[in-house]
Design a protein around this ligand. Structure first.
Ligand code: KIV
Length: 273
């Protein structure tokens, strides 16, 4: 089995991501929500770790990302930060912590930075939340944008289908992406949009564009760790590549343990004092 570990052990910064784009070096990003998994993916050499609000789904079992709270995101952020030495760590701002109120947005972002020690925050949306993003940036907090399929707006969209297939939505996305760059965001995530549109945005922007379900013409890729490792076994959209089947391995291993306990094979004489 081949593994990839980077030689360059220096801490990854937002500036380094921009340099990577300039060099044409693709950026690797995965989600993590806890100490043990964050330690493993940092050791593997991942460039960036997103403490995503997808924790609401994969850690807490909610149907959407909406219920997760700022306190819960801070808990996940702190757990990840205790493990990470090299990767850039982004923490998602949860639903309700930044929309429609720039001062509230600033307070939420400051709490995330002070309490988790993460490197930056990510939030969803374009022109509608411009003032909130500007306020956060004014405090020197780096912000990553997120456009396309923005799961915090699932109740408005009504489906998790591909976004921006129609011209009007595509043009708004392009204009929002330019706006995010102009006001000072250091990167943008584009989720589940046509590859040609994502390639166009990545070509027009100087800041890195990280895609999920947005094709290979962008500057980097992000996946939810539980999906790509096969822990979340029921989720298999077209854009997802499975790198392991850890869910099946866990079920098989636990099954073997149960069998050994029941048959009194475990513990044996060497496994006791
Ligand atoms: O919360 C999350 O995991 C995300 C990714 C899907 C980009 O925002």
């Amino acid at each position: 089995m081949s593994t990839y570990t980077v030689e360059d052990k220096r801490k990854v910064t937002t500036h380094r991501l921009i340099e990577m784009k300039q060099r044409g070096e693709k950026i690797s990003m995965l989600t993590a929500y806890d100490y043990s998994m964050a330690k493993l993916i940092d050791q593997a050499g991942i460039d960036a770790i997103l403490v995503g609000d997808s924790a609401s789904n994969v850690m807490a079992g909610n149907v959407t990302t909406l219920p997760i709270t700022l306190d819960q995101m801070i808990y996940h952020g702190k757990s990840v930060m205790r493990a990470v030495e090299r990767a850039l760590v982004l923490v998602d701002m949860p639903f309700g912590s930044y929309q429609g109120n720039p001062l509230e947005a600033l307070k939420s972002a400051i709490r995330i930075m002070k309490e988790t020690h993460a490197d930056c925050v990510k939030l969803e949306g374009g022109a509608e939340i411009r003032e909130s993003i500007e306020k956060i940036l004014s405090a020197g907090i780096p912000v990553c944008g997120h456009l396309g399929l923005t799961p915090q707006s699932i109740n408005k969209f009504g489906t998790y289908n591909v976004r921006a297939k129609e011209e009007a939505e595509a043009e708004k996305l392009v204009s929002d992406a330019h706006m995010l760059e102009e006001i000072g965001c250091f990167a943008v995530v584009l989720e589940k949009i046509p590859a040609t549109l994502a390639t166009r945005v990545a070509g027009e922007l100087k800041i890195p564009v990280i895609g999920i379900g947005a094709g290979g013409g962008v500057d980097g890729q992000v996946l939810v760790m539980h999906d790509m490792l096969g822990i979340n076994m029921g989720f298999s959209p077209r854009f997802l590549r499975r790198y392991a089947n850890i869910g099946s391995e866990i079920i098989e291993s636990v099954g073997n343990y149960i069998k050994d306990v029941k048959s009194q094979d475990f513990p044996n004489e060497k496994e006791q004092y």
